[in-house]
Write a protein that binds this ligand. Sequence first.
Ligand code: SF4
Ligand code: SF4
Length: 316
Amino acid sequence: MEKRKLGSTNIEVSRLCFGSLTMSPLQTNQSHKEGGDLLLYGFENGINFVDTAELYETYGHIGYALRHLDRSKIIIATKSYAYSKETAENSLKKALKEMNTDYVDLFLLHEQESEHTIRGHYEAIEYFLKMKEKGYIRGIGLSTHTIAAVKGALKYKEIEIIHPIVNINGLGIQDGTIEDMLSALSDAHKLGKGIYGMKPLGGGNLLKNFQQCFDFVLDLPMLDSIATGMQSKEEVDVNVAIFEGREINKPSLEKIGAKKRKLLISEWCQGCGICTEHCGQNALKMVNGKAVVDHSKCVLCGYCSKYCPHFCIKVI
Ligand code: SF4
Ligand code: SF4
């Protein structure tokens, strides 16, 4: 598996990053052992980079995997909504304790929206900088669904890593097109920021064209790595093969294809109702202020997903 330096840091990561959201209680709800064993399987197959977040509740899964590994061989990125010294301290302590590790490689501000939100979280950045000096963190960054936050990060040399949403259709980008996003990322790349993309399959909505979707992100020179959720060994096999440019094992592909997919509406649904207006199958309705899907009507087209301003809808 090809490895690249994350921007101008000395942190080397595999091109495929193991996205741990899929195994979390928010999605497939795997046990620490199940998820941890799956991570270990990915690490045995050339992945050395895992992405998590305080929100995902997968520190236990990663901690399980770390017990069976040389810690120095694995790069861990996490993120939290910390905005002050106190909240940042709590987030870092929680990550270190629950993963049972002495340091976190990358600590990101979760879901930044613009230069203004970065400024509003600056006290947390200052805390993380101090912790970086003490060796508890190796790099600081942000994750985002907006072009405005990528542009905001260009103004802060402290932000070394950007974790943006990037996929062929621009699904989930809140304030522009994929071309606009790539233009901003290209500027960030030139400044030496490390960039690892998220949601190359648009949260599962582009699964039918997965090869085309992966070809698209793998061809982007500014993406040092690409985080992809995986929920089974067959998915790890297929993704590793794609990232290594090898032929895909047919039985693994068939097993993935045979797996029953479903639409998932995340619990952070804000109840705006926009998605319900865009489902041609009349499969979405509002119940007690949240969107609910009627699986008997849903054809998994994924169209509703791109209208959700909070990117709550996924096919898993
Ligand atoms: S995936 Fe398609 S059919 Fe299913 S709820 Fe969304 S728009 Fe409707
Ligand atoms: S568009 Fe998103 S936030 Fe709004 S109701 Fe639908 S799922 Fe919830």
